[in-house]
Design a protein around this ligand. Structure first.
Ligand code: FES
Length: 158
């Protein structure tokens, strides 16, 4: 059976980290990024565990323990709207509604073009610009509808 393009990248990702089991989290992060849909398919976990001589259950355990890993496909960009207390108080509900309007999806959903997933998150340290959102590793704050549309356009053009 032919390997999927992602499955065939498992070897090079393992190689990049010298096959070190201690670097499992980095390997999983790379795989998730390479998936293009922000998730780690089960067949990749099985191949990774085989190659690292680890029980698949141990790799699954790591992948499901950390909230940054997704087992189901998501959008290429995950828009995380902080709903911890400081952001909540300064209007994260309003921000999530503006993103819902701009993307025409509800919180927890992915756009039909698989580009964006909208989800809540807990504090990621952007409290000084609350209500804050995080896309990839970039934090955005002081958001208005105009700014949100600009941000979405920028990611669409990437
Ligand atoms: S409380 Fe929202 S980023 Fe910290």
């Amino acid at each position: 059976m032919n390997e999927t393009p992602l499955l065939s990248q498992v070897d090079s990702i393992i190689e990049k980290y010298d096959g070190s089991k201690e670097r499992l989290i980095q390997m999983l992060l790379d795989l998730q990024k390479a998936s293009g849909q922000n998730h780690i398919p089960g067949d990749c976990i099985i191949k990774l565990s085989d190659k690292l001589n680890m029980p698949a259950s141990a790799v699954f355990e790591v992948a499901t323990f950390y909230s940054m890993f997704n087992m189901e496909p998501k959008g290429k960009y995950i828009i995380e709207v902080c709903k911890s207390a400081p952001c909540h108080v300064s209007g994260s509900k309003n921000v999530s509604e503006m993103f819902e309007d701009a993307l025409k999806i509800k919180m927890g959903e992915t756009t039909p073009d698989n580009l964006f997933t909208l989800q809540y998150s807990s504090c990621f340290g952007g409290c000084d610009v609350s209500p804050a959102v995080k896309i990839d590793d970039t934090v955005y704050g002081n958001l208005t509808m105009e700014k949100i549309n600009e941000i979405i356009d920028m990611y669409r053009r990437k």
